[in-house]
Design a binder for this molecule. Structure first.
Ligand code: CP
Ligand code: NVA
Length: 296
C-alpha cells in the first residue's frame, strides 16, 4: 500500500510519472465509482477545491469532512478514524496540524493516505510547483536555480525535496534563528538536493531562475506571529530582490499571499509572477497523483 506523506515517498521515476500524468490532456478517468475522503483540520481555498475537481475528473466521489467532525484523538483515536474511513473510501486525504496524525493513519495500513498539508510537509503543493517550473523551463529542470526567500517551512521542505530529486539547484535565504534543522537538510540532501543557505535575499537570488516565498506565519503558528514578522522583516520579496535575481526570473508563491509582508504587491501581481498558473496546477497535479496512486 502506498502513501504520500512527503514527496520522497515517491521514487524519482514515480515523481516523473506523476508529473507526466499531471501534464497529460488525455488522462483516462481511472477511479470510476471510487470514493476519496478529504479531511481538513485547517482552512483551504486551493487544496480543497483542486482536490474536489481532480476527484470528479477521475470519475470518483470526493467527500469533504471537517477535522472537528471526526475529531482526531478527541472524539476517537486517529487509528480508529483511519479504520472507519477505510471502510468507505479508496483514498483518504487529510490536512492536519501534526504530521504524526498522518503517520499514525498510514501505519494502520488500511487505506492510502495523502498529505494535504501538515506542519512538516505540503507535497501536493510541491507537485504543482514542479509542474509550474516545467511549464516555464521545460520538462528537465535540472540545473535550474530556485531561490526560496523566507520561512523554511512545510512548503519549503516539499519544494526542496521535489526540486532536489529532479536536479535543480536550491538556495534559501532566512534569518538567524529560523534556519533549517540538520535533519531537514539531511532529508533534502538524501533526496539529491544540495541547498545553499544564506541570510541575504540578494545573495540567494543572484542569477536564480525562480524566486519563491510563502507566508511567514503558517497555520497553527499564530501565537508566534509578532515575533516572526519582526524576524523576517528584511526578507520581503520586493522588486529590488527580483531585479537582483536577473531579468528572466519568475516569481512563485503557494498562496495565500500576504502582500506587504513576504511579498510586495507589485511582485505578486507583476509580470514575473506565476501565482495563477501555479494555483491552477494544484488541480492538474492532484489529478495526476490520484490517477497514479489508484493504480498502485
Ligand atoms: N496553497 C495552498 O495549499 O492553499 P490553501 O491553503 O488555500 O489550500
Ligand atoms: N506554510 C503555509 C502554507 C499554506 C498553504 C501554512 O502551513 O499555513
Amino acid at each position: 500500500m502506498r502513501h504520500l506523506l512527503e514527496i520522497d515517498d515517491l521514487t524519482k521515476d514515480e515523481l516523473t510519472e506523476v508529473l507526466d500524468r499531471s501534464a497529460a490532456t488525455d488522462l483516462e478517468p481511472n477511479m470510476t465509482g471510487q470514493g476519496v475522503a478529504l479531511v481538513f483540520e485547517k482552512p483551504s481555498a486551493r487544496t480543497r477545491n483542486s482536490l474536489e475537481m481532480a476527484v470528479y475528473q477521475l470519475g470518483a466521489n470526493g467527500v469533504y469532512i471537517q477535522g472537528s467532525e471526526v475529531g482526531f484523538d478527541v472524539r476517537e483515536t486517529t487509528e480508529d478514524i483511519a479504520h472507519t474511513l477505510a471502510g468507505y473510501y479508496d483514498v483518504v486525504c487529510a490536512r492536519v496540524f501534526k504530521h504524526e496524525t498522518l503517520e499514525r493513519m498510514a501505519a494502520t495500513e488500511t487505506v492510502p493516505i495523502v498529505n494535504l498539508l501538515s506542519d512538516q510537509a505540503h507535497p501536493m503543493q510541491g507537485l504543482a510547483d514542479i509542474l509550474t517550473l516545467q511549464q516555464e523551463f521545460g520538462t528537465d529542470i535540472s540545473g535550474k536555480t530556485i531561490a526560496y526567500v523566507g520561512d523554511p517551512n512545510n512548503v519549503w521542505r516539499s519544494l526542496s525535496i521535489a526540486a532536489g530529486m529532479l536536479g535543480a539547484n536550491l538556495r534559501l535565504a532566512a534569518p538567524a534563528g529560523h534556519l533549517p534543522s540538520d535533519a531537514d537538510l539531511a532529508k533534502i540532501t538524501d533526496a539529491g538536493g544540495d541547498p545553499v543557505i544564506s541570510q541575504s535575499p540578494a545573495e540567494a537570488v543572484d542569477g536564480a531562475d525562480a524566486v519563491y516565498t510563502d507566508v511567514w506565519v503558517s497555520m497553527g503558528e499564530e501565537g508566534d506571529a509578532d515575533a516572526k514578522k519582526a524576524d523576517f522583516s528584511q526578507f520581503t520579496v520586493t522588486n529590488e530582490v527580483m531585479e537582483a535575481a536577473g531579468p528572466d526570473a519568475i516569481f512563485m508563491h503557494c498562496l495565500p499571499a500576504h502582500r506587504g509582508e513576504e511579498v510586495a504587491a507589485e511582485v505578486a501581481d507583476g509580470p514575473k509572477s506565476r501565482i495563477w498558473p501555479q494555483a491552477e496546477n494544484r488541480m492538474h497535479t492532484a489529478r495526476g497523483l490520484l490517477s497514479w496512486l489508484s493504480e498502485q
